[in-house]
Design a protein around this ligand. Structure first.
Ligand code: IMP
Ligand code: MG
Length: 188
């Protein structure tokens, strides 16, 4: 039995709630808001969330340097950049999980410094409050977590595994051993 953290139904419930709040908050914007999904972890969340937004929007993606395995480092870089002109527009960052906070701290400063957005709003499916290293203002979160367990599923991965699972669960050491064995086979 999997230790499920967020079921398919709960995920859809969070998307509905946050989508409705964003619809209300952004409906009077003069320029079209841009939803910026953070690759690859937030792919599913970005898609399901924007289905619940009932005003015209644009979508784009950015990919940040990711950590290898289950550890986090404070050194963030842009691996693939977005192409939409966001000047004077609301940008809604859609992220899978805020852990240390380094990635989103970096991204928000980076956007504000270089692109002059009207405002930056941060949505995260999970807010891991116990592992925060740097302060980040999260405008909307799907679920607040009091544990630092490693999550997989619904976009979240362990070395690229489990992004395709429709719900989110806590990975066990046995799971990790199994995926490591698959990686070893792929590398042969
Ligand atoms: P932060 O910069 O430490 O806040 O890390 C955020 C990034 O680390 C997220 O975008 C995820 O890609 C990754 N991450 C953090 N915790 C987890 C987890 O429990 N499972 C999968 N990825 C995670
Ligand atoms: Mg991520």
């Amino acid at each position: 039995m999997k230790d499920i953290v967020f079921s398919e139904e709960e995920i859809q419930g969070a998307c509905k709630r946050i989508g409705a709040a964003l619809t209300h908050r952004l409906k009077d914007d003069e320029k079209t808001p841009v939803f910026l999904g953070v690759m690859k972890g937030a792919m599913n969340f970005r898609m399901d969330l924007t289905k619940r937004v009932e005003i015209p929007i644009n979508v784009d993606y950015i990919q940040l340097s990711s950590y290898s395995g289950t550890t986090t480092a404070g050194n963030v870089k842009v691996l693939k950049d977005f192409t939409t002109d966001i000047k004077g527009r609301s940008v809604v960052i859609v992220e899978d999980v805020i852990d240390s906070g380094y990635s989103m701290h970096y991204l928000i400063e980076h956007l504000k410094e270089h692109y002059q957005p009207k405002r930056v709003i941060l949505c995260a499916l999970f807010d891991k409050i116990v592992t925060r290293k740097v302060d980040v203002k999260i405008d909307y979160s799907g679920k607040i977590l009091n544990s630092d367990k490693f999550l997989v599923g619904y976009g979240l991965d362990y070395n690229e595994f489990e992004r395709n699972i429709p719900y989110v669960y806590n990975a066990t050491p046995e799971d990790v051993k199994y995926w490591d064995s698959l990686i070893e086979k792929n590398n042969k």
